[in-house]
Structure formats: structure tokens, C-alpha cells
Write a protein that binds this ligand. Structure first.
Ligand code: ATP
Ligand code: MG
Length: 396
């Protein structure tokens, strides 16, 4: 069956009162963006409080649906057959042919839900429900009407054209990206941080990212892996500005001066400081990490407090209460898992101590950091100055 349009269902954003237009416009923009790499020509527009994608001519249906499934704010995607407005008798044929083609197995219950937006049409909604329902029953005696809980809700809307649809393909939910400011994601090559970025983007937040790279201890390939992960997240979150910070000198300096069991915490605190610098520079309203309570020594409540202490922006940790298994499940769903498990070294594991502190005391950590006063400002400045910025876009 050839579908000519998609009716886009959106839940949460429908109830936002005056903000509704802003949300709808963001949704339209994100849909256009998602479809830009799909074969075909698409006209995305708002009409009578609805959002439609009209597909002009030939297009790649599967690819279009796959792209729409990644647009936050969409709750359901309904493929629509459009036919011209015609006589009730002739319209029956169109509806019957729709059912025939879309449902090869017709041992199903159904209900016609007609809507007459074009009041000049000779039958009203009730009459349409009856006459079209009868036509379907006549053509397919194996089908039954169930007005309360039908398998198929056959929508027939009389507008400037007739829209016929019944299937709803689930969308990702959430809110359209661009409706809730932006935040800076600390993106490593692991499983967790891409999922954390996905979850915050899902609430309408634009994402920037920062990756701490430590050449030659971490390879070019490890960096490529992070770029690949950013690209996968950007399929949902839109374009991502990725900062690649050369962290080697800072790490070596900490390694030289500070107690080794505190290395990870101190390193983390410098990561947060640098991430916050870039966040503030670009007007981001928060930081995002993939931390979850107790997952490793650096994520105990005490460690999180010590890391948090250096930040003035809010730090969002959307995975805070998730078990690894639950995080893996999401990473599989969003397709980042396979890339995340590629075995490339991580800057944190290279300098990791055998027995890291699990209950760091902030004042002790601050004391250890005083051993860095001589050079750390200069090293931070250099790291910031030499940061490479990569613009990452899915499909490009
Ligand atoms: P992930 O799977 O996200 O790497 P993890 O379980 O390996 O997480 P850690 O290595 O303790 O946990 O990192 C905790 C968080 O710190 C990460 O989720 C990420 O947000 C941030 N982070 C760690 N290493 C880096 C890095 N090299 N660059 C940017 N952010 C990092
Ligand atoms: Mg990691």
C-alpha cells in the first residue's frame, strides 16, 4: 500500500497551553531535520492543531518511518492514505480497498471513526460511520464490529482530501529538542554516558559534548569511537558540538603530585571544571554525566559529592538509579551498545589506582589539589586553548 502522508501524534506537548505553538514549531523543525537525509520529498506542516508529513512522489517508506521514530515529541506515527473527496458510494470503495491492502489477515474487529471537517460533505460523521462500516462488513464478512475495544480503528477524515488511516507506529515520546535549553554531556567511550545524553535530550534539551582524550595513552581510534557515539546520539538529539580536550598533561601532573588512591576523583573534578568552562561559554544550563550510585568507586555517594563540589551549574545524572542491566537495555535500543563495547582504552582506566578511595573526604581532596597550584592553571588554560571542536551530525 502506498501511503501519502504521516499524521504525527504528540502527547505531552498538546497540553502546554500557550506554549503549544512553540512546541509544535520545534516538532516541525525536528521532523524536517530528521527527514533531510531520507530519499524523497517531504512537506511538514501544521494544520488544524495537527502535524502532518506529506510525502511528495516516490520516497523510502521504511527509512522515513525509522527517522520519525527518532524524533522526540512524537508519540505515534500514523501512515495515511489520501484520496480525493468523492461521493459516499465511491468513497466506500476506497475504504474497502484500504482494509484489503493493509490487513491481509482480516479476522479482526473494527470500528469506523469518521470525522467530517469539511461540512459541505453530504454525509455527517454518524452517517459515514454507518455506511462505511456496512461496506467493510459486506466486503469482508469475517470482520466484526466492536465499538468499545476494536482491533482496528479505521479513521476516515473528510478534509480538502479524504484521509484514511488506522495504524499507529509508536514514536519515542519525550519533547522536541530545542524546547528546553542546552546542556553539556561528559561523553566517554563507555556504555553509560551516551545513554545519559539520550535521556536528557528526550526531555527537549539540546546537547553539546566534551570528551577527555589522553594521547598517546588513548589512541586515535578511541577518539573515533567517541565521535561515532556522538553521531549515534545525534540521531535523536540533533547536531552535537563535540569538544575534544587534550587531557594528558593534566593527568600526568596529577599522577606526579597527588596520592594515587585519589587520582580518579581529582581527575574527575578537573574534568568537571573544564566541562563547566565550555558549558558556560556556550550558555548551557547544566552538565550531564552517565554516573549511577555505587557502580564503581568513583560513583559512591561520597565520590559523587566530591565531584559535584567543584561545579556551580547543576549536574544532571539521569542514570543515577539505574542498574547496569537497565542501562545496557536502553543502549541496545538506541543502537549505541555495539560501539560502546569496542575495546579501546579509556583515559580513566590507564591512570587508575589499585585501591582507589571509595569514601573521599572533600577537604582532604582539596588539600591534595593544593599540591597542584604551581602549574595547574597554566595546564588548564592550555587544555582549553588546544581543544578541538568537531561538529557531529547523524547521517553526515
Ligand atoms: P561510561 O560508560 O559513561 O564511560 P563508566 O561506567 O565507565 O561510564 P566512569 O568511567 O566512572 O563510569 O565515568 C563516569 C562518568 O564520567 C561518565 O559517564 C562520563 O559522563 C564521565 N567521563 C568519564 N570519562 C570521561 C572522558 N574520558 N571524557 C568525558 N567524560 C568522561
Ligand atoms: Mg567510562
Amino acid at each position: 500500500m502506498k501511503f501519502h502522508s504521516f499524521l504525527i501524534k504528540y502527547g505531552e506537548i498538546g497540553i502546554k497551553g500557550k506554549n503549544r505553538y512553540m512546541f509544535e514549531d520545534a516538532l516541525v523543525r525536528q521532523i524536517r531535520y530528521a527527514l533531510r537525509t531520507v530519499d524523497g520529498e517531504f512537506l511538514v506542516h501544521k494544520c488544524h492543531g495537527r502535524v502532518y508529513v506529506d510525502c511528495e512522489g516516490e520516497y523510502d517508506y521504511e527509512e522515513a518511518v525509522e527517522s520519525l521514530k527518532k524524533v522526540f515529541g512524537i508519540v505515534g506515527i500514523c501512515p495515511v492514505v489520501r484520496v480525493e473527496v468523492k461521493d459516499p458510494e465511491l468513497l466506500k470503495k476506497d475504504v474497502v480497498s484500504y482494509v484489503e491492502q493493509v490487513y491481509p489477515d482480516r479476522n479482526k474487529t473494527f470500528k469506523v471513526e469518521a470525522r467530517r471537517a469539511n461540512k459541505r460533505y453530504p454525509q455527517n460523521s454518524m452517517e459515514l460511520n454507518c455506511s462505511l462500516g456496512e461496506a467493510v462488513l459486506e466486503a469482508f464478512p469475517e470482520m466484526k464490529v466492536d465499538v468499545h475495544n476494536p482491533d482496528i480503528r479505521l479513521n476516515v477524515e473528510i478534509r480538502e482530501e479524504v484521509y484514511i488511516y488506522s495504524e499507529i507506529i509508536p514514536g519515542p515520546g519525550g519533547m522536541p529538542v530545542g524546547t528546553n535549553g542546552s546542556a553539556m554531556l561528559l561523553l566517554s567511550g563507555g556504555i553509560d554516558s551516551p545513554v545519559a545524553g539520550y535521556m536528557v535530550a528526550k526531555r527537549g534539551v539540546e546537547i553539546e559534548a566534551v570528551y577527555f582524550h589522553a594521547p598517546p595513552y588513548t589512541s586515535e581510534r578511541a577518539k573515533e569511537k567517541v565521535v561515532d557515539l556522538a553521531r549515534l546520539v545525534s540521531a535523536y538529539a540533533g547536531p552535537i558540538k563535540l569538544h575534544v580536550v587534550n587531557f594528558t598533561d593534566i593527568q600526568l601532573y596529577i599522577y606526579e603530585k597527588c596520592p594515587h588512591e585519589e587520582l580518579t576523583i581529582i581527575m574527575r573534578r578537573y574534568m568537571m571544571r573544564i566541562a563547566e568552562h565550555f558549558a558556560k561559554k556556550d550558555g548551557c544550563l547544566g552538565l550531564i554525566t552517565g554516573e549511577s550510585i555505587g557502580q564503581v568507586a568513583s560513583q559512591t555517594m561520597q565520590s559523587l559529592a566530591a565531584t559535584n563540589a567543584v561545579c556551580t551549574l547543576p549536574v544532571y545524572r539521569p542514570l543515577i538509579g539505574f542498574d547496569k542491566r537497565e542501562i545496557v537495555e536502553i543502549s541496545e535500543k538506541i543502537d549505541t551498545y555495539e560501539v560502546s563495547i569496542q575495546p579501546y582504552e579509556d583515559c580513566c582506566t590507564i591512570f587508575v589506582a589499585k585501591h582507589p578511595v571509595t569514601k573521599p573526604d572533600v577537604s582532604r581532596i582539596e588539600k591534595s589539589e593544593q599540591k597542584l597550584t604551581e602549574q595547574i592553571d597554566e595546564l588548564m588554560e592550555k587544555a582549553i586553548e588546544t581543544t578541538e571542536v568537531i561538529y557531529v551530525k547523524y547521517g553526515e
